[in-house]
Design a protein around this ligand. Structure first.
Ligand code: GLN
Length: 199
């Protein structure tokens, strides 16, 4: 199995370290063509507008959609979740539409710009520590979207098939359960996908 972390901008090194602690050997992905050989990709937090600008240089959207269509697994956190959504508000911007969700950027307001909280995450085996940094909020979810974790009753980690997205930073929490879960997902859904695609 091969997994990678989108390494154009943001918190990619901390995600790579978490995946490494879970026993993976993640690749730092800087060129869109590298996606053709991956079973799983983490899209880190950072600044989604900057990320979009940097993605303008290469056919990233096509490559990410292709990776998803042939069975690849994607996990977006914070800015990465914004990128995966069907619709982005606050303000509106381009997104991949691989997750049937409406996401609002910087949605906790200035006073609570950043905070930490204990999340209710039975799907991951119990409470999870969440670090929220200028975090977005899910404003609407499609019927096929499952909620994996909540904060104050509100969804903060969701999944639709092979696409998962969290509004917080799991890589900063000192708890690798989400990364371990993601590797299991990638293993189940993606094994050999790129080999099959490569013929
Ligand atoms: N506020 C950022 C954005 O809108 C996301 C913040 C983050 O990734 N920590 O893209």
């Amino acid at each position: 199995m091969r997994v990678g972390v989108l390494a154009l901008q943001g918190d990619f090194a901390a995600h790579a370290a978490a995946l490494t602690r879970c026993g993976a050997d993640p690749l730092e992905i800087r060129r869109s063509a590298q996606l053709d050989r991956l079973d799983g990709l983490v899209l880190p937090g950072g600044e989604s507008t900057t990320l979009l600008n940097l993605m303008g240089d290469e056919p990233w959207f096509e490559a990410l959609r292709r990776m998803h269509a042939r069975g690849g697994c994607l996990l977006g956190t914070c800015a990465g979740a914004i990128l995966l959504a069907r619709e982005v508000r606050g303000p509106s911007q381009r997104s991949l539409g691989l997750l049937d969700a409406v996401v609002e950027r910087n949605a906790y307001g200035r006073q609570v710009d950043s905070f930490e909280a204990t999340l209710d995450a039975p799907a991951l085996g119990g409470p999870l520590h969440g670090v929220f940094i200028r975090a977005p909020r899910f404003r609407a979810l499609g019927t096929r979207v499952e909620v994996l974790a909540r904060h104050d009753g509100e969804p903060v980690l969701v999944r639709e098939g092979r696409v998962s997205a969290g509004t917080f930073h799991p890589e900063l929490a000192g708890d690798d359960r989400l990364h371990r879960w993601f590797l299991e997902q990638a293993e189940e859904s993606g094994v050999g996908a790129w080999r099959a695609a490569a013929g």
